[in-house]
Write a protein that binds this ligand. Structure first.
Ligand SMILES: *Cc1c(COP(=O)(O)O)cnc(C)c1O
Length: 483
C-alpha cells in the first residue's frame, strides 16, 4: 500500500513561513485593541507553519492523487467522461466572455449574445427541434424545465393532464423531475430485451397523460426499438413526448429526437459537448422544443432584430425564469467551441466511434463476464459479475480491484434493473491501445476470480487507503486534523 501523506500540520515547524513579508511601515496594533475580547481566541489557532517549498510539494503531491480524464481511462457509464479539448478552455477564458457582467447593457455584449443565439441554432439543428433554451444548468434541470413547459402547454389548452409515464429503464432523474414538478408518475416495465413494453404502454396512456419521458439510448445503453409506435400511442392519447438526451453521445448527427416525434429534449453539454464535469458542476442542460411550446419557454429569450441581438423578457405565456440570467455561460462557450471545431461530420464521427468502442469492449469481454442482453449496445455496455458469483466475487470487488491496476472503475450497480451491473462507457476519445489495456486487465481479474478470489475481495491493495465503509466515508468523512 502506498503510504499516506503527512498532513500539512505534521510537516510544520514553529517559525517556518511560506511568504516573506516586507517590514511593516504603518503603526502596529495588537488584536486586543482591534477586536472585542469576546471574539478573541483563548488559545492561538493551530496553523501549520511550513516553508514555501514544503507547501508547494504538499499540494502538488495531493493534486497528483486526483484522478480525472486527463490522467487516465475513466469508463464511467452514463457519464460520458470523454476528453475535453483544451481549446474549449482557452476560448471560455477570452476576456470578452469571462469578464462580461450579466447586467451589462445589451449593446456591449452583442458578441456573447450572438454566441448564445448560435449555440441555440446548432443544438436545434442537432436535435431536430424548432427552438432551444440554454437556461437550465443540469440535465435534471432541463427535465424539470421541459415538464413545466409541457404542463403550461396542457393548461393553456384547458386540459388537466397530470400523469407522466416513465419506463423503468429511464434515468432516475426522470421520475424525480416529474415529482418535483408536481406530476404523478406511472412506471412501466421493460420487456426481456430491455425495450419499452408496448402493451404496458397502451394500458398506461389515457386522457390524463401529460407526457412520456423516454431515455434513449436507455440506461441499459440500448436504442429503443419501437419509437415510432411509442410516439404514436402517446400522441394519439393527447400526451407529449419528452426525450432524455443526456446520452446523445450515441446519436449526434445520426438520428434526431425531433424527427422521431419528440416534442421536448434536453442535452447535457457537460457530457456530450465536452465540458469537464464531476463533483456536481457547473453544468448545462439546454432544452429543445417544437413550435407549439415556444411561447412557454423561460425568459429571457435571445431574439434577433435585424442584425442586433436582444434579450426578450416580454413573453406573457412564459413559465418565467429557471435560473439567474441565461444559464451557465462559460459552459455554453465551451460547447460552442467544441461544435465549431468538429462540425457536423465530426460530431457524427464522434458518435459512431463512441458506439464502435463500446461494442468492441462488449465483444471482447462477454466471454469472461456475463452480458445480460444479446444485442449490440450503443455508446455504453452492460456486463455483470454473475460468472464470478460462485467464487464469492461481487461487482463492487471488481471495481475495487480495477483501482489496483490504475483504472477508474466503470459505473456499478446502475442501471438498477440489472443485478450486479457494471456499466462501461469508453467514449470515442480513447485509442484502441487504451481499450485493449483495459480489456486485458478485466480479463486478468476474471482469471484471478478463478484462481485466487481473495486478490479481488481484498482489493484495493495499492491505494493510499484500503476499502472504506463507503456510507460512513460519505456521510461522516474524517477530514479534521486531530492534535
Ligand atoms: C446524467 C444523466 C441525467 C442527469 O443529468 P445531470 O446533469 O446530472 O442532472 C439524466 N438522464 C440521463 C440519461 C443521464 O445520463
Amino acid at each position: 500500500m502506498r503510504k499516506a501523506k503527512a498532513l500539512l500540520f505534521e510537516l510544520g515547524q514553529p517559525g517556518r513561513c511560506a511568504v516573506d513579508l516586507p517590514q511593516c511601515d504603518v503603526p502596529e496594533e495588537t488584536s486586543e485593541n482591534l477586536i472585542p475580547a469576546k471574539f478573541l481566541r483563548k488559545v492561538p489557532a493551530a496553523l501549520p507553519e511550513v516553508s514555501q517549498q514544503d507547501l508547494m510539494r504538499h499540494y502538488t503531491g495531493l493534486s497528483q492523487r486526483n484522478f480525472g480524464v486527463d490522467s487516465g481511462f475513466y469508463p464511467l457509464g452514463s457519464c460520458t467522461m470523454k476528453y475535453n479539448p483544451k481549446i474549449n478552455e482557452d476560448v471560455s477564458r477570452y476576456s470578452g466572455f469571462a469578464l462580461a457582467h450579466p447586467l451589462q447593457d445589451e449593446s456591449t455584449v452583442q458578441g456573447a449574445l450572438e454566441l448564445l443565439y448560435n449555440v441555440e441554432q446548432y443544438l436545434a439543428e442537432i436535435a431536430g427541434m424548432d427552438a432551444v433554451s440554454m437556461q437550465p444548468v443540469a440535465g435534471a434541470h432541463g427535465e424539470l424545465t421541459g415538464l413545466k413547459l409541457i404542463r403550461a402547454y396542457h393548461r393553456h389548452r384547458g386540459e388537466n393532464r397530470t400523469k407522466v409515464i416513465v419506463p423503468d429503464s429511464a434515468h432516475g432523474t426522470n421520475p424525480a423531475s416529474a415529482a418535483v414538478c408536481g406530476l404523478d408518475i406511472v412506471e412501466i416495465k421493460s420487456n426481456s430485451d430491455g425495450s419499452v413494453d408496448i402493451e404496458a404502454l397502451k394500458n398506461a396512456v389515457g386522457q390524463d397523460t401529460a407526457a412520456l419521458m423516454l431515455t434513449n439510448p436507455s440506461t441499459l445503453g440500448m436504442f429503443e426499438t419501437s419509437i415510432k409506435e411509442i410516439a404514436e400511442i402517446v400522441h394519439d392519447a393527447g400526451g407529449l413526448l419528452y426525450y432524455d438526451g443526456a446520452n446523445a453521445n450515441a446519436i449526434m448527427g445520426i438520428i434526431r429526437p425531433g424527427d422521431m416525434g419528440f416534442d421536448v429534449v434536453h442535452f447535457n453539454l457537460h457530457k456530450t459537448f465536452s465540458t469537464p464535469h464531476g463533483s456536481g458542476g457547473p453544468g448545462s442542460g439546454p432544452i429543445g422544443v417544437k413550435k407549439d411550446l415556444i411561447p412557454f419557454l423561460p425568459v429571457p429569450v435571445v431574439v434577433k432584430q435585424g442584425d442586433r441581438l436582444h434579450l426578450d423578457e416580454e413573453r406573457p405565456l412564459s413559465i418565467g425564469k429557471v435560473h439567474a440570467f441565461y444559464g451557465n455561460f462559460g459552459i455554453i462557450v465551451r460547447a460552442y467551441a467544441y461544435i465549431r471545431a468538429l462540425g457536423p461530420d465530426g460530431l457524427k464521427q464522434s458518435s459512431q466511434d463512441a458506439v464502435l468502442n463500446a461494442n468492441y469492449v462488449l465483444s471482447q469481454l462477454k466471454d469472461d463476464y456475463y452480458a445480460p442482453f444479446e444485442r449490440f449496445c450503443m455508446h455504453e455496455c452492460i456486463l455483470t459479475s454473475k460468472n464470478q458469483k460462485s467464487a464469492g466475487v461481487r461487482t463492487l470487488d471488481i471495481a475495487k480491484r480495477l483501482l489496483d491496476y490504475g483504472y477508474h472503475p466503470p459505473t456499478i450497480y446502475f442501471p438498477l434493473i440489472v443485478e450486479e451491473a457494471l456499466m462501461i462507457e469508453p467514449t470515442e476519445t480513447e485509442s484502441k491501445e487504451t481499450l485493449d489495456s483495459f480489456i486485458g486487465v478485466m480479463r486478468k481479474i476474471a482469471e484471478e476470480a478463478k484462481e485466487d478470489a481473495s486478490l479481488i475481495t481484498n482489493a484495493p491493495q495499492t491505494t493510499v487507503v484500503g476499502r472504506l465503509d463507503e456510507a460512513t466515508a460519505a456521510r461522516k468523512p474524517v477530514v479534521k486534523w486531530k492534535a
